[in-house]
Design a protein around this ligand. Structure first.
Ligand SMILES: *[C@@H]1O[C@H](CO)[C@@H](O)[C@H](O)[C@H]1NC(C)=O
Length: 390
């Protein structure tokens, strides 16, 4: 309504805006005489915000900013040309040293806000957790079923790899979800780019999940209760062993709520408290605490998009001993449906099947990641020794 009124006035009937402005000035003066300056500031600021949304700044009646902010004499605009104090706040984030620390906002969130009203009243309930899925439209019913297992404590963020986003609005929850679209990318590609720890710092835990998980036996709130109760920094739900691909560690145990250690095939684990026998979850459905995610995000490589090998390195990102902080929740479990999805989006290379080409890249990435990590360890240790700190 409002938008169309202003659009029309811009195009044809510019007298409309002049009349509004004049009435605004008159009204402002009248109010100004009758109320305290605190109220006035609020009124003029809010009307300024509303106007600027639909008409160019130059069209806004300057009278909107007539009223005083603090002392009763200066205009808001005049504050913009006041002389600046010399600031070099070295404790500010890098690049922001010239700002007074009190105005620096180094972290953000994904809370949706209104365009009107008092900003402090925008958000009725702040979600505590962030639930992300990397999805294609073909999996919408599976994702719809999954989302329904999570309460309003969870904010929902979908990464779309097939470019189809608005079609998801057939689901009511989609209208309150965040949608990020970039074609044919993997969930670790999205996570590296859109889940920077400073961006998602409002959330206590972050779910980074695949789209092909069956959630009939899963409940988000019950899962979180167990994660918190057992102090797990990195976790995943137990996986129903419906195929031979699952690691022993991540298989669901029927006789308990949580497990943190397991036994693998003979010879697989050099130590019972090390991966893949413990301190380990898969990259299919991990859940990170805010602190663990801050570390894991830094370990994700920009080019190694499949994230293979990351699972074995997660133990570097929790307080030691890692096997006490990484675990599998058995009583809230999921089924890995192994639906070919993003794997189908590959391209054949040298005459190979597209799925096979993706699989080969996954394995290559795993080797590359492992090499980079052990080289980084070696370089760091060498440096420490050189500096006499080793
Ligand atoms: C700010 O302070 C740091 C040291 O605290 C100094 O290295 C830097 O040159 C200063 N920058 C400016 C613009 O004065």
């Amino acid at each position: 309504m409002q938008r169309s009124v202003f659009k029309r006035s811009n195009g044809k009937d510019s007298t409309w805006i002049v009349i509004t402005a004049i009435m605004g000035i008159a009204f402002g003066f009248f109010i100004g005489i009758s109320f305290s300056s605190v109220h006035l500031t609020k009124i003029s600021l809010l009307s300024g915000v509303k106007n600027s949304f639909d008409v160019p700044m130059s069209d806004i009646s300057r009278s909107d900013a007539f009223f005083d902010v603090s002392s009763g004499t200066k205009q808001i605009e005049a504050l913009g040309s006041a002389s600046l104090p010399k600031i070099n706040a070295s404790s500010n984030p890098r690049g922001a040293e010239s700002l007074p620390p009190g105005i620096v906002v180094p972290e953000s969130d994904l809370f949706l806000r209104r365009l009107w009203g008092d900003p402090s009243e925008d958000i009725k309930k702040k979600p505590k957790y962030l639930l992300t899925f990397t999805v294609g439209y073909a999996q919408r019913h599976n994702i719809d079923a999954a989302v329904k297992k999570f309460s309003d404590d969870f904010a929902i963020l979908l990464f779309h790899y097939d470019g189809r986003t608005s079609e998801w609005d057939q689901f009511e929850w989609s209208k309150n979800a965040i949608h990020v679209s970039a074609r044919k990318q993997t969930k670790w590609w999205y996570a590296k780019r859109f889940l920077h720890p400073d961006i998602v710092s409002a959330y206590e835990y972050i779910f980074i999940w695949d789209e092909d998980l069956g959630v009939e036996h899963f409940n988000g709130d019950k899962y979180m209760n167990l994660v918190i109760k057992h102090g797990l920094e990195i976790s995943q739900p137990g996986i129903e062993p419906n195929n031979g691909l699952t690691w022993e560690m991540t298989k669901r145990r029927g006789d308990r709520d949580v497990h943190t250690v397991t036994e693998e095939k003979p010879g697989w684990c050099s130590d019972p408290h090390l991966p893949p026998c413990a301190a380990f979850v898969e990259i299919m459905a991990p859940v990170f605490s805010r602190e663990a995610w801050r570390c894991v995000w830094h370990m994700i490589q920009n080019d190694l998009v499949h994230g293979w090998g990351l699972d074995f390195a997660l133990r570097r990102c929790v307080p030691q001993p890692a096997h006490e902080k990484i675990g599998v929740i058995d009583s809230q479990w999921i089924i890995h449906q192994v639906i070919p999805s993003l794997g189908n989006q590959g391209q054949s290379e040298n005459g190979k099947d597209p799925r096979e080409a993706v699989r080969i890249r996954c394995r290559t990435e795993w080797a590359q990641f492992q090499t980079r990590l052990s080289n980084a360890d070696k370089d760091h240790i060498k440096e420490l020794n050189l500096n006499g700190k080793g």
